[in-house]
Design a protein around this ligand. Sequence first.
Ligand code: TYM
Length: 338
Amino acid sequence: MENEIIKEKKPVVLSAIQPTSIPTIGNYLGALKNWKNMSEDNDCLFAVADLHALTVHPEPAKLRQQIYEMYATLLALGLDPEKNIVFIQSMVPAHAELAWILDCYTMFGEAQRMTQFKDKSQKHADNVNVGLFAYPVLMAADILLYQADYVPVGADQKQHLEIARDIADRFNNLRGQTFKLPEPYIGKIGAKVMSLQDPTQKMSKSDTNPRASVFLFDSPDLIMKKFKSAVTDSEAKVRYADGKDGINNLMSIYSGCTGLGFDEIEREFEGKGYGDFKVRVAEAVIEEIRPVRENFERIMKDKAYLLETAEQGAQRAGRIAYRTLQKAKKKVGLIVDR
Ligand code: TYM
């Protein structure tokens, strides 16, 4: 694939996901589904961002298991590890190395303005570590190492993409052209899936309310229960409108799973109540993720295959990353390999 990138010049797509829990349908509709859609026509790299997960001090044995599970999830989505490079971030040392160089080209003030940093520092006031602060710089390194053209993410990562571009631009201006400026790819539908219990808040892996988020490997019964208890409004009319956050969210989820537009959804549920609608949304979600769940269970049984595939992915990613790292090291005045 590395040679194909040069020969065919397909756009390079890179994205990553933290292994901190089983993905939610927010992660799925906002990012993973687009990864799969883009994976046929682009040169894609997809990573498990395990270094990013260290900022919250996960329990080590649990983290290791979660890394395996997330890697298996990526394969279970149908991302072909031969056509795409599917890898684990910490297995490619260039990420941490470039991150340090980029730290020195990132201004304290711009990192401090990141809303995710501000939110997380408030939520975890007892653990505001330097890693949390430098998190977007590591993310910039992930992207810039591969000269990515597009980065498919949910809306919450837009600001991190902007800082990645700013860092790349500053570096290029000071040291000469080194990094391509990446573009975010944010889908129209599902870019911000909201909590089922408080539809003014983003659906999050770490929500403490167990009915707020739907996880990719929840049982069909549990998914049905969660949707049935989703918060809506008192109008009892399925239509997309301001002030109907709960229904708007369910319509977006339904649209993301079925491909139907909001007009079509409104017509389908004309004269029907929210009860019917919620059941249909739950059924559509269950159907959509069933193959991923089945593949996941199969793949997790074969640890040897998982490890071997991850090692191959890391080697292929590492070869590309190394080239950019060498270039960056040279530009800043470090001694590089001959
Ligand atoms: P993470 O692990 O929090 O989320 C993975 C992806 O899921 C998207 N997402 C959502 N989309 C729609 N609705 C939601 N409720 C929702 N919640 C999450 C996120 O936008 C993301 O695309 N820092 C990144 C991981 C990362 C990365 C990178 C991404 C590390 N290096 C390089 C792109 C490129 C993160 O924490 O995502």
